[in-house]
Design a protein around this ligand. Sequence first.
Ligand code: IMP
Length: 191
Amino acid sequence: MRLVMASANAHKAFEIAQILTDHEIQPRPDSLGEIVEDQETLEGNARLKASAVCAEAKSPAVADDTGLEVDALAGLPGVRSARFAGDFATDSENLSKLLKDMQQVPSGQRTARFRTVAVVVFPDGKELIAHGVVEGSISEEPRGTGGFGYDSIFVPDEGGGSTFAEMPAEQKNLISHRGRAFRSLAQMLNQ
Ligand code: IMP
């Protein structure tokens, strides 16, 4: 199936294309302006992006939204992960704010999870929704150079102590929130 990707983030697009290999993935249309992700939930934001791209491209569209939920911060940054340090914050500003807010949190209480919701919207209004979660903890300082976003401070429980940024992309994909959500979505698309 031809699927238009809502994300223009090259890292994400690469991770997703590695999983949806049975489908022809097309880039986000240039004609589409910025989509303001103002919904209260990950699912709401993912649906908003997929619907906008589907309407513009007149083709099935796929979008995802991800949040990092930190237990010591009552689930923050969650749906606000991309704007944690402000509306136009960079990845590194968001990461620095998170480490600062967690300065007093001892190891053992730094548990967190990444959660992804992936949505495909079809031109007839139908949709498919898949979820993916990876449990882990927040390191005291950044480690590793791979990946993006909060990867250098997220230590997945199944990663032998490495952060996502210290792993090859294939290893991250095997256990990651996005990998899980998109493998589940791939199964639904093949049914
Ligand atoms: P979005 O779903 O791409 O809008 O991502 C929300 C926020 O989470 C952004 O700050 C991203 O940088 C971050 N993020 C999304 N996916 C990942 C990931 O796989 N690793 C690390 N950070 C991520």
